[in-house]
Design a protein around this ligand. Sequence first.
Ligand SMILES: *Cc1c(COP(=O)(O)O)cnc(C)c1O
Length: 408
Amino acid sequence: MTDQPTRSTAALDRYAASLLGVFGRPKLVLESGRGCRVTDTDGRTYLDLLGGIAVSALGHGHPDLVAAIADQAQRLIHVSNFFTTEQQVALAERLLAVSGAPEGSAVFFTNSGAESNEAAIKLSRRTGRTQIVVAEGAFHGRSTGAVALTGKAAYREPFEPLIPGVVRVPYNDVDALHAAVTDATAAVLLEPIQGEAGVVPATAAYLQAARELTSAHGALLVMDEVQTGIGRTGDWFAFSQSGIQPDAMTLAKGLGGGVPIGALVTFGAETTALLQPGQHGTTFGGGPLACAAGLAVLDVIERDDLCGNAARVGDYLAEQVEALGDARIATTRGRGLLRAIELAQPISADVAVAAQDAGFIVNAPTPTCLRLAPALVLTTADVDEFVAALPAILSTAADAAAAKETTR
Ligand SMILES: *Cc1c(COP(=O)(O)O)cnc(C)c1O
């Protein structure tokens, strides 16, 4: 090592002096990517097992996605919602088709998961009710409406008062849901797998109970599929694994393969009719560039059976991690390529650092949990590479954690 700052440290220093500090110091300065690999400005390449937090569904630099974006950019990037494009209409039609939405269903395009949930909140208000039932541990976004639905108090409390009427119930607790949902409930809004909480799946029985209770009380059932949707869990949408159909779902993350786009999908004519002309809007949502990206993502997922790949490679990953028989790993959770490795000790942050030093990008959403949400094109060979390195990564992390303990 010389005293010369590397390109990465130089950029990080400039970052600290120019970016609002809400994210802390970034872990890397990335420059390029191909498939499941990314390269930083110091020339180091990493196996990306996080996929930009479940966003880069096709991996980095996918030729079909790049071509779709480049082609659309040549034609039109933006038109405003006074106008539409064939790309916008086609993407809405494709989303309705892959979600099995009945006649009368519809799509509202946004630019992010939080915006999709904001649209769902406004939809629910049109029932004439204001109470929204959400789960403890939930993550629904950072805008003032979406953050009100989010579980973590530290995300909410600095910004109170937030919207009233939010009722929190323990996740996967059918009795608590029974007690909470009444004729005053506008909506029950749930993640089919809680991503930020550490990849915690809802049981099928829980989602079925949520469906029955909301129907019985005239409330909407909204599935937040922002993280779980678009093939991530081995199906187009995770709710289908419980055999239910919600009244609405929210999407974002994987939908554009990295280009910002989200959606609210309303199921059936009755729910669709809740939002009338003029009652909601967006300048950028549903623009042709993002919709062309979304269409390319859906095309490639279908053509290359990436739902099937996510299911197979995700199961393989869980099997291989379990087969290590390593006592430092408590269990694995999740479906498809949304997976948690639950550690026996609260050293996940140290493990993420050690993994990065060893050339693997993973994420630590809780002190004991590693989250993996790689591109849906991940291969079993990629999994083998990571699993082979994992025992040494865990040792390095345990040493680092112990060293911090003794210097304290
Ligand atoms: C990431 C996420 C959001 C928020 O999405 P943004 O695009 O960051 O606004 C909402 N819900 C879930 C389940 C998420 O994982």
